[in-house]
Design a protein around this ligand. Structure first.
Ligand SMILES: [Mn+2]
Length: 486
């Protein structure tokens, strides 16, 4: 399939007729050639250049290869929408598919080259015949000179890459793997060296600069709008699919897309952590757990969860669990400060949850449950409360444990704070009245010089505020707009 995707000359699709030579000749003539307008530099060009410099300094004398990847086949000859490789984007700001960034050692430093698809305009028949790359099929692309202008890196045609890599592969090199199948097939894997490159690229992203923080704020703001949209749509929403659709509409309008598949989990589905089938009918007095994030045009994503009472009012059991998760989140937020362990917020949240579970009669002894050799509370809390957030929803995933999981919080880090409790329908250790309840509350926070800035603080979170938020939509609905009864 890869080969099929990359072929410049597609075979004629079974549903289409052929292209006679005369038609090709006709298609290649009679076009006004647009002037080669210079491309303006990408916003933040100097930051992308500084990141390339930092990477260059980390691996002197070695070739470094960072691809962005290709469109992936969804079915037959249709592809998923392309999303650039995170590391490649972080170094270039370039969002076009297929490109590869190559650093060749040049004395102490490197010379960087962007390999990209030329744009022959309408002088080459592929503009009309190539379903995957032709401009009449998929729209314009920059081409070599304008890519160089926009991203500030000299360019070479992608077609030259294989030969260049074969030559460069004779010397010391490191490649970012699992993004570009052609690259992986061309260069022999060297597990440790390649992993060190991935680690360096992840650890560079642990601290966000002001531009990145601005984009994360935008993503959170758009996500807030999307949550408001969902709350407004809730009174008439028949199924989880409506919730997903409403959220995702805002993501495509205000941003690039969702940062991950929207989790719209009603009732007991909230107890499935990554419920994305979203095919269930929503019931009257249930909770809706919505875990979703808008990805900005610059690919930075939010990751927010709110758990909403469909009726506008928590039942006593739902409120008991919600308040416990809320208290755990407050405890975790209080531990988000520079110099604290990355795991301090998690420890604080889990202590609150364990003691609350004891009070509810679900755990016999919180102390016993919290002991390292037991961790019994995890039967109900399932996951830790934080992960880094940025271009990837689970950002900096290749960072070493000592700089991330067992590292220290520092100003400029952006992370989630997201405790949850999940009581499975068939869990006999839980009183029946709590079974099927799942609650998660998730915010995105920036560690500052002095403490923490909750980027999503404006989205209602406190239990009364959540009830008021949902109720306001119920009161505002036009007469006759209601969820059809089952
Ligand atoms: Mn999350």
């Amino acid at each position: 399939m890869i080969e099929k995707l990359l072929m410049s000359d597609q075979p004629i699709a079974s549903h289409d007729s052929g292209t006679p030579e005369n038609l090709l000749k006709f298609m290649m003539t009679g076009w006004a050639t647009p002037p080669g307008t210079p491309a303006s530099p990408v916003e933040g060009a100097e930051r992308f250049a500084a990141r390339r410099d930092a990477l260059s300094r980390a691996f002197p004398g070695e070739t470094i290869i960072v691809p962005t990847g290709y469109e992936k086949v969804r079915a037959n000859d249709t592809a998923y929408r392309f999303r650039p490789g995170t590391e490649f984007y972080y170094l270039t700001g370039n969002i076009e598919p297929g490109n590869v960034l190559v650093f060749v050692a040049d004395g102490e430093r490197h010379a960087a080259t962007l390999y990209c698809e030329p744009n022959p305009g309408k002088t080459d028949k592929t503009f009309f015949t190539d379903r995957m790359k032709g401009e009449l099929w998929v729209g314009p692309r920059l081409g070599l000179p304008q890519t160089a202008q926009r991203y500030g890196v000299p360019t070479k045609p992608l077609g030259a890459l294989a030969d260049d890599l074969t030559a460069l592969g004779r010397g010391p090199f490191r490649a970012l793997r699992s993004t570009d199948p052609l690259l992986d097939a061309t260069l022999p894997a060297q597990a440790d060296r390649d992993a060190e490159l991935a680690t360096a690229l992840s650890e560079m992203r642990l601290i966000k600069d002001e531009l990145e923080v601005r984009e994360l704020r935008r993503a959170v703001e758009a996500t807030h709008h999307a949550f408001d949209d969902v709350v407004r749509a809730l009174p008439a929403a028949e199924t989880e699919r409506t919730v997903e659709g409403v959220f995702n509409l805002r993501a495509r309008v205000d941003g690039n897309d969702t940062g991950y598949n929207t989790i719209a989990a009603s009732g007991p589905n909230a107890c499935t952590l990554h419920w994305t089938r979203n095919d269930r009918r929503i019931g009257e007095n249930e909770l809706l757990l919505l875990d979703a994030g808008v990805e900005a045009e610059t690919l930075y994503t939010a990751d927010i969860t709110r758990t909403l009472p469909i009726s506008g009012r928590f039942t006593p059991e739902q409120r008991a669990i919600y308040e416990l998760v809320y208290a755990a989140q407050e405890a975790a937020l209080a531990k988000c400060a520079p110099g604290n362990d990355f795991l301090d917020p998690n420890r604080a949240a889990m202590a609150v949850l364990a003691h609350g579970l004891e009070r509810l009669g679900i755990l016999g002894s919180a102390e016993e449950a919290l002991r390292d050799e037991n961790l019994f509370y995890k039967r109900y809390s399932l996951h830790n409360v934080s992960h880094m957030l940025g271009l990837d929803v689970h950002d900096c995933a290749a960072a070493r444990a000592e700089t991330y999981k067992f590292g220290t919080l520092a100003a400029g880090m952006v992370l989630t704070v997201e405790p949850g409790l999940y009581f499975q329908l068939d869990d006999l250790t839980v009183p029946a009245r709590y079974r099927g309840i799942g609650v998660r509350i998730e915010d995105d926070v920036l560690i500052t010089q002095t403490g923490v800035d909750n980027l999503s603080a404006a989205i209602p979170r406190e239990p009364d505020a959540v009830e008021a938020w949902v109720s306001s939509a119920l009161e505002a609905r036009p007469a006759g707009v209601h969820r059809p009864s089952r």
